[in-house]
Design a protein around this ligand. Sequence first.
Ligand SMILES: Nc1nc2c(ncn2[C@@H]2O[C@H](COP(=O)(O)OP(=O)(O)OP(=O)(O)O)[C@@H](O)[C@H]2O)c(=O)[nH]1
Ligand SMILES: [Mg+2]
Length: 193
Amino acid sequence: MSKAGFVALIGRPNAGKSTLMNWILGEKIALVSQKANATRKRLNAIVMHDDNQIIFVDTPGLHVKEKLLNQFMLEEALKAIGDCDLIVYLAPVTDSTEHYEEFLALNTKRRKHIIVLSKIDQVSQEKLMKRIASYNRYSEHFEALIPMSVTKNVGRVDLLNTISTHLDESPYLYDPEDITTEMIRNIYKEFIR
Ligand SMILES: Nc1nc2c(ncn2[C@@H]2O[C@H](COP(=O)(O)OP(=O)(O)OP(=O)(O)O)[C@@H](O)[C@H]2O)c(=O)[nH]1
Ligand SMILES: [Mg+2]
């Protein structure tokens, strides 16, 4: 029996969510920017890994909702948390665990999640180890912690295997030949923006 499910990419603005999705897909479908708040709406990408169909849901960064647009973006992220089967929480390796605690508070339905420590190319091995140790204090909350660097090409297969382990058995939800559930027209619109 195959497995299939929705996996929401959640994290602060600029954490590297859209970069991760494009990298896993091997195609650039999500807008990536050095500036925070590049992603405004949810976007799905379909990835086949062995017999498993993983539907990644890229979301706007999580942050406090001061402005109307930010409020819309936060709601987009919260909807993705509500609708998904599994969460991948992206924490840049330079972030303190304080932001992870904020995420835990938002994850009111206690959805299962995997922590991806992103951009590990930016710190020394020693700093990386310290950061991993600081997350291990929360180990009863998460399923796995995966260090990752898109720049250095580290962690891709590890992430796909770990996600597959935590998905439920299900028939495919989309045609395995498709790469996104979005209309191509909307993807172009995003690129133009
Ligand atoms: N050094 C390094 N930079 C990275 C890595 N992954 C992403 N980045 C950079 O981080 C910045 C933000 O990446 P995005 O993928 O747009 O981040 P995001 O989480 O989607 O941001 P929002 O859509 O604004 O919430 C870009 O400049 C990326 O090139 C990585 O593994 N290493
Ligand atoms: Mg993004």
